[in-house]
Design a protein around this ligand. Structure first.
Ligand SMILES: Cc1cc2nc3c(=O)[nH]c(=O)nc-3n(C[C@H](O)[C@H](O)[C@H](O)COP(=O)(O)O)c2cc1C
Length: 304
């Protein structure tokens, strides 16, 4: 019997749907026992998000400052495979997930265990995955595969469409906005990953220690976003430190600092992202080798 633990947290239900599709082939199999565990913060985050609250959690999210979670009761202490699904918040794993990965119970559950990460986000997940890799390493877990599904409307439009979804609770609040979220087809097609995982689980009873999803397009690296993510992540760390120094989340000083930050962020999105993408395109022939290396690094372990 193979034991699989699937961990999830989702505000809109999108990540639950993605995970559900991946898990479909693993269900109703006498040789596989599936345990699905919801990670929930003690104080739930709102959805739709009030504008200020959305940005208020930015400093703690980037710093991965753990929040209190509701206790979870997995069936077993050890599993043959853990599927960790998560969404990205501010180029970092969402707070419930980073908190879980730093909790004693979370670390014990994944220690010495192969882990497949499953991301559902707007489209910028590279830096978040770097942070998750670090947390997995600290917990002595082994990352064997990574799947990333991103919003269908493309990286430029999603800068508008996804926040509007977060603020209104609707994927297409206005007729002139493209629909936010991962496409239904992509979600449905994600069952191919479950199929490959099932094959490997049932092939023999040895420990899973290498990728199962090679050649299945588990991730697609948008090379135009690599530099933006790196620059963005660096500036996010500085702002996160600065804003936390100004005072606790509700303090007046923090709110003022946050307004400056939001203006900075919008400027960053409107300038740095398109400018770095343009510069990258112009110098592409000179940097082709370096970019190919970066793409292959971020695509690991499953590959594009
Ligand atoms: C506070 C917040 C920050 C977000 N930041 C990012 C981000 O940096 N990169 C990204 O690709 N998506 C970002 N998203 C979108 C989420 O990753 C995800 O697509 C969306 O919240 C739906 O996830 P759900 O399954 O929890 O409903 C953010 C969402 C929230 C709520």
């Amino acid at each position: 019997m193979r034991r699989v633990l699937a961990l999830t947290y989702s505000q809109t239900g999108q990540l639950t749907d993605i995970l559900d599709s991946v898990l479909t082939p693993l269900r109703d199999n006498d040789e596989i026992e599936l345990d699905i565990v919801q990670i929930e913060p003690e104080q739930p985050f709102p959805f739709p998000w009030p504008f200020v609250k959305f940005f208020r959690i930015f400093p703690e999210t980037v710093a991965m400052q753990p929040i209190a979670l509701k206790p979870i009761t997995p069936k077993y202490a050890e599993y043959d495979l853990v599927i960790l699904s998560y969404q990205v918040w501010f180029l970092s794993p969402s707070l419930p997930i980073s908190s879980f990965l730093q909790s004693e119970q979370g670390q014990e559950l994944i220690s010495n265990t192969p882990v497949v990460t499953l991301i559902g986000c707007r489209g910028m997940w590279l830096m978040a995955q770097e942070k998750v890799k670090q947390l997995l390493k600290q917990a002595n877990a082994k990352l064997v595969d990574n799947i990333a599904l991103i919003d269908e409307c493309g990286s430029a439009f999603s800068f508008l469409a996804t926040p509007l979804w977060m603020f209104t609770g609707r994927k297409k609040p206005y007729s002139w906005v493209p629909k936010a979220g991962v496409s239904e087809k992509e979600i449905k097609d994600a069952s191919r990953f479950g199929q490959a995982i099932k094959q490997r689980l049932l092939a023999d009873s040895t420990k899973i220690d290498s990728p199962m999803l090679a050649g299945l397009s588990a991730v697609k690296i948008n090379e135009k976003l690599i530099a933006s993510e790196r620059v963005g992540n660096h500036s996010f760390s500085i702002w996160s430190k600065l804003l936390r120094k100004l005072g606790p989340q509700q303090s007046k000083r923090r709110v003022i600092g946050l307004s400056v930050y939001v203006t900075f962020l919008l400027t960053l999105i409107l300038t740095v992202v398109p400018i770095t993408a343009l510069i990258k395109k112009l110098i592409a022939p000179l940097t082709a080798k370096k970019i190919a290396k970066q793409k292959s690094y971020y695509a690991q372990p499953s590959g594009e």
